[in-house]
Every structure is written in C-alpha cells, then in structure tokens.
Design a protein around this ligand. Sequence first.
Ligand SMILES: Cc1ncc(COP(=O)(O)O)c(C=O)c1O
Length: 508
Amino acid sequence: MERRHRSPETPESCFNLFHMCHCVLAVEMDATEFRRRGKEMVDFIADYMENIEQRQVYPDVEPGYLRCLIPQEAPEDPDTYDDVVKDIERVIMPGVTHWHSPYFYAYFPTASSYPAMLADMLSGAIGCIGFSWAASPACTELETVMLDWLGKMLNLPEDFIAGTTGKGGGVIQGSASEATLVALLAARRRKVQLILADQPERTEAEIISKLVAYTSDQAHSSVERAGLIGGMRMRKVPTDEKFAIGGEALRRIIEEDKKAGLIPSFFCATLGTTPSCAFDHITELGPICNAENMWMHIDAAYAGSSFICPEFRPLLDGIEFADSFNFNPHKWLLVNFDCSTMWVKRRSDLIGAFKMDPVYLKHDHQESGLVTDYRHWQIPLGRRFRSLKMWFVFRMYGVKGLQDYIRQHVRLAKEFENMVRNDPRFEISADVVLGLVCFRLKGSNELNETLLKRLNSARRIHLVPCQLAGNFVLRFAVCARTTESRHVKVAWHHIRELASELLLEQGH
Ligand SMILES: Cc1ncc(COP(=O)(O)O)c(C=O)c1O
C-alpha cells in the first residue's frame, strides 16, 4: 500500500503542530486498496486451505522463536502492507500448528468452512457490539432465531426454543467453559434464593459455603474450573467401565454429602467426554437432579453436533431433565471459532442471576417482553455478530449437507478403528461412537508413550494422548473438513511403521 499521509489543511497552527509532533496523523487503507488487498487475501486463504496438506502439520520451532523475528517495539512510522504480508510466511507460518491439515488428529476438531469465514468478514465489517437489542437489533434477533433453528435441528424439547412466546431459548457463548460457568453461577443464585425464601434467617455466605456441585471424573477440566471460579466445591463422581456415570454413582455421593450437611446444587453431565467420547447416562441422572432440585447442565462440546443426525439423536435422550445444554458448533459443525451454543429452559434463571441495568445501557423496548438483551445471559458485556456465521453455514450446507459431513467423519473413524482391530499388536481402548478412536499398543504405558513421542517428533501426523483406567492411550480424532480415507490410510501406515520399528528395538 502506498503511504498516504493525510496532509494538514490550512490553519497555520495546525500545520505547525503537526510538524512539531513529528507525527503521522493517519495512514489509511482506502476502499480501493481494500478491494485489491481483500481479493489477494482471499486468494492467499484459498491457497493456504487447498495446499495445507503439503505443510508440516506441527511446527519445528522452540519456545520464544517469534520474539527475535520481529522488532521489540511497534513501528513509529507505518510499515507497508506488502511488508506485513511478507512476514506471514517468515514469522507466522513457521509457528503454526495446522489444525485444518488432514494429518491433524489431535484434541477434537475445530470447525472451518468458507461460508463461515465470509460471514466472519461481514461481522468484522459491521463491527457492532450487540449487548442489547437496541445496540444492533439484527445481531440479537438473528442469534435468537439461529439458536431456534439449531435447537430444532437437534430436536430439543420445546422448552428450550424461544419462538415468540417461549420461556427458554438459546445464546451464543464464546466457549463451552463459559457456558458451564454461566450455568453454575445461575444454579448458585437459584439455590440461594430458594433457600432464603424459605429460611430468611440464614445468610447468603453461609448457604454458599455449603453448596456442592458434581461432575464425572472424566469431565473436561473446565467444569472443575467453573467450580473454582464460581466458589462451589466440586465432587467428581466415579465412572463405570465405559467411562460414564450412571444414576447409582451420583445418588450415593449425594446421600453422603447431604448427611454431611452439604447442599447439592449443580450437576454437569458430559455427552462425549474429552478423553474417550463417553456418554453419561442422562436418562438415569436427570430424574435424580430434578428430585434434588439441582441444576442439571449438559456439556456436549464435541458430540453435540452429531445430534443433528437422527441415528445419533438417541444419545441426547434425557435432555428433557436438563436446565441447560451446550455444545460447540465451532468444533464439529463447520462454524469457525468462536460459537458455543447454549440453551436454557427458563431464561429468567440466567437473567435473574446476572442482571445489571445501568442507565447508559437502557433502551425503550427492554421491558416490552418482545426483545432479548443478551448481556444478561453472559459474563462479558460486549459480543460480536456471531450468528451470521451460523446463518451462512446452515443455509449453504443445509441440514443434509451438515449431516453428511458428520457421517463422513464417523465413517473415517470407523475405518481407522477397523484397521487397528485388524492388527493384533494393537487394542481399542474405548467404544468408538463418533469421530474419535482411542487405541494403544498392547503393552506398557512407557511403550505407548515412546510411540506417541516418535509419532509427534516425525511431524507427519499429530496426535495427543489420554489416560483411561490407568492406561496411556493414543487418541485419533478425525478433525479436518478435508480429511479423506487416503489420509487416514497414510496415517495408519505411518503409525504401524513406527510401531514396528519400536517393537523390533525392544526385541518383540
Ligand atoms: C467435553 C468438553 N467440554 C468442554 C471443552 C472446552 O471447550 P471450550 O474450549 O469451548 O471451552 C472441551 C474441549 O475440547 C470438551 O471436549
């Protein structure tokens, strides 16, 4: 971009001041330049995505690599756009882990699609901060309707759908961690108010000190963290041989706690646990939560996307007992980060917990009953126009396209599972229900740790481990949108090759 220093116009004093400060008042990319650079950037992105499998999936850099590649201070005078673009390959790409490479099999997927990227561009351009209906009506209204669309795709009970008269509804949070925290804080508030209504002589602080939350020993660390942040003790319920919890285990621990004078207040079930994609038995757990008047939250961060397929929807049976439900379209539904969708049965539970109403945020319609002010549903005030990404993606894939996408990943996982099962040196460590395969070499944890280390050092594929029943286990998660059978075969061939070398060295 040419440097276009806006030249000061007359008043003499202005001109002098400009020179005295040695400052550049503005260097702006104008619309003409933006059109050109924007098209170039779209080409750059398309080339990156289309050729990503040629890039090494995991970078070679050491900690601190970047600091010495760029100046220690921001430039006094503007750099050119060309300078910036040149540095993408020099500074950034060497340190990128390519999550969208078809050789990336770590963690869980993070979503990526062209429609979502385009919608994000538009969201950036509109650049509104939609904390209330009035702050940008389209931002709020599209979100409510998109959450209804998605809720209907999942066949959620009517209670969770906002419609025009519903008491529930959905909201986009930034992450599953935030959704769990918001649910826990709302549960805390609801429980305290309930007890105080009955026993006004008690104090809030004393009640809070007795509240207790539950989750499984396989739940994501963000659940335990929600307890830490929300000041509620968190008890881990032990899981069964399928790494899930059933009713009996929860009932036992609740009874113990009640005898000790504690107040069961919150339960977070997981559908699709992070280590092995296990499913808590929510049809058994839900009635217990309801009977105890405990808030039931369901975290289906990864697995939730699959519930749009009728064949996987039974995994969500029991949702009718829940107070809140969350999953991440930004994981597996082609909506780029961040988009974590959360539904509640009674939105008054959230609003009641978080409502603050300073005069500068008030607007004429807020008491009309016709509008939603999402600032009451979340921790931050500000929020981006994230529902645009959902709108673009849902319209351009259609429900059928999204279902096909989920099914393709599940098929690839099954293909990988079959290859593992056909090699007697390996074992499958957990049921393969969706796109995650947990597997290991038969043998010691050390053997498997060495195998994983060698796989990740070779940089051809990228995996992370988990612990299951004391075993060190390798997780193979189908992640990238463009992963095909040939990539999975290459990955398995590579794993077998390194395993053969390792076993040979060890005299097997
Ligand atoms: C089951 C589960 N819950 C929560 C999370 C955390 O997700 P987020 O990064 O959206 O907070 C994850 C992340 O993988 C997860 O697998």
